[in-house]
Design a protein around this ligand. Structure first.
Ligand SMILES: NC(=O)c1ccc[n+]([C@@H]2O[C@H](COP(=O)([O-])OP(=O)(O)OC[C@H]3O[C@@H](n4cnc5c(N)ncnc54)[C@H](OP(=O)(O)O)[C@@H]3O)[C@@H](O)[C@H]2O)c1
Length: 351
C-alpha cells in the first residue's frame, strides 16, 4: 500500500507522512531537498526519492510503480503543473492539497488530457476544499433550481508558514484583489469587497469575501454560476483591506512581498500539537434560486491542518481501493457530498 508523497518534509507533508505510517500505509517520501528528506525517511523507516519538478526523468523515477502522487509541495503554482504532467505521462493519479484558484483552473483545463490517459486529477484534498466543496454540493442537491451559492469558512487556528507564503504569492499574482464567480466566470473584485453576517454555529458573525479555492471548484461541482466565498477575519484586517485599497499596488509589489515573506519565514512552521488538537473549523453554505428559495447547511470540523491530514488520507485510501474517476475532479465530484461524513470528527447540520 504505497504512494508517492511529494513535499513530504513540509509542515503539512510531514504530518501526513507520520499519520500515514501510523495507519499502516507505506508512502515513498519525495521532495527536492535530499538532507531533510533522508532524515525523515530514516526516522519513519520509509523509502525516499529526491526529484525536482523540473527534471522529468528524475520525477518519473520518483514515481516508480506508485499508483498515485499526493503533492504537498506548495505554492502549487510552482509545482502542480509539473507533477500533474508527470502523472499523466506515467498514467498515475494526481492529488494535491492546493487551495489556489489558478491551480484548480489550470488542472480543470487538462480534464480531457487526463481522461484520455485514464488518470484522475483531484486537487484540493485538504481543508480547502474538501468540507466546503462537499457542503456546496449538498445544498445544491437540496435545491436543484439554485442560481447563487455562498460559502463561509471560520477557522480557529492560524496559518502555517507555507500557507502564509502561498497566500502572499497569490496576493501578488492577483494584484491584491479578491475573486468571485459571476455568470460562470471568475472575476476580480476589490479586496474585502462584501461582508455578511452569518451564523456558522457559534452565533452571528461578520464574514468577508475572500479569493478561496471554492470560487474555482464549487462551480465545477454544482454548475451554479454565481459564487461568493466568505471568511471570518479580524475586523482590523478587514478595515486595512478596505481602506488600504489605494495602497494595494504597493503592498502587492515584489519588494514589499519579499519583506513580508522574510518576516513569515522567521515565524513558526505551523500550529502546535495543542492548537491542532484543540482547534476547530466551521463551514456554512447557502444555495439560493431566483424565486428566493434557499437551502442551507453547516459543518463543524477539526482544526484545519488536522482536517487536511484526515481528508487527504481518506482520498488517498479511496484511490488505492480503486475508487477514482478519470479526468479533472473535485472532491465531491469524485466521492459525493457525503465524503465529509466519512471523516472522523465532522458533523453536518441542515438549517
Ligand atoms: N488547501 C488546504 O487546505 C491546505 C492545507 C495545508 C497546506 N496547504 C498548502 O500546502 C502547501 C504546503 O504547506 P506547508 O505548511 O506544508 O508548507 P511548508 O512547510 O513551507 O512546506 C512546503 C514544502 O513544499 C516544498 N516545496 C516548495 N516549493 C517547491 C518546489 N518548487 N519544488 C519542490 N518542492 C517544493 C518544500 O520543500 P523544500 O524544503 O525543498 O523547500 C516543502 O517540503 C502550501 O502551499 C499551503 O498553502 C493547503
Amino acid at each position: 500500500m504505497t504512494f508517492l508523497l511529494y513535499g513530504a518534509t513540509g509542515y503539512t507533508g510531514e504530518l501526513i507522512a507520520r499519520r500515514a505510517v501510523a495507519s499502516g500505509l507505506r508512502p515513498v517520501l519525495g521532495g527536492r531537498t535530499a538532507g531533510p528528506l533522508a532524515q525523515l525517511a530514516a526516522e519513519l523507516g520509509l523509502e525516499h526519492r529526491v526529484a525536482s519538478v523540473d527534471d522529468a526523468s528524475a520525477f518519473d523515477r520518483a514515481i516508480g510503480d506508485a499508483p498515485l502522487v499526493l503533492n504537498c509541495a506548495g505554492p502549487f503554482s510552482r509545482t502542480a503543473s509539473g507533477v500533474a504532467t508527470a502523472c499523466i505521462r506515467r498514467r498515475v493519479h494526481y492529488l494535491d492539497i492546493t487551495g489556489e484558484i489558478a491551480v484548480f483552473e489550470s488542472l480543470a483545463a487538462r480534464d480531457g488530457e487526463a481522461a484520455r490517459a485514464g488518470v484522475m486529477l483531484l486537487p484540493g484534498v485538504g481543508f480547502d476544499v474538501v468540507p466546503s466543496d462537499c457542503l456546496a454540493s449538498h445544498v445544491a442537491q437540496r435545491l436543484p433550481s439554485a442560481t447563487h451559492l455562498a460559502i463561509a469558512i471560520q477557522a480557529s487556528s492560524r496559518m502555517s508558514r507555507g500557507t502564509a507564503l502561498t497566500s502572499l504569492e497569490g496576493f501578488g499574482a492577483g494584484g491584491g484583489s479578491g475573486a468571485v464567480r459571476r455568470d460562470g466566470r471568475i472575476e476580480r473584485v476589490p479586496p474585502a469587497w462584501k461582508t455578511r453576517v452569518i451564523d456558522l454555529g457559534a452565533g452571528p458573525t461578520t464574514v468577508t469575501t475572500m479569493p478561496w479555492g471554492d470560487v474555482a471548484t464549487a462551480f465545477h461541482s454544482t454548475r451554479i454560476r454565481d459564487i461568493e466565498v466568505y471568511m471570518t477575519i479580524p475586523a482590523q484586517l478587514r478595515r486595512v483591506m478596505q481602506y488600504g485599497r489605494p495602497l494595494l499596488p504597493l503592498l502587492a509589489s515584489a519588494p514589499v512581498r519579499r519583506w513580508l515573506e522574510s518576516r513569515v519565514r522567521r515565524g513558526a512552521p505551523g500550529p502546535t500539537v495543542r492548537q491542532r488538537e484543540r482547534g476547530w473549523s466551521r463551514f456554512w453554505a447557502e444555495a439560493r434560486d431566483d424565486t428566493g428559495r434557499s437551502a442551507k447547511a453547516r459543518l463543524l470540523t477539526p482544526e484545519g491542518y488536522e482536517l487536511t491530514v484526515r481528508t487527504a488520507l481518506e482520498c488517498v485510501n479511496r484511490v488505492m481501493r480503486g475508487e477514482w474517476r478519470a479526468g479533472y475532479q473535485t472532491p465531491s465530484m469524485a466521492y459525493g457530498p457525503d465524503l465529509v461524513l466519512a471523516i472522523e470528527g465532522i458533523r453536518r447540520e441542515d438549517l
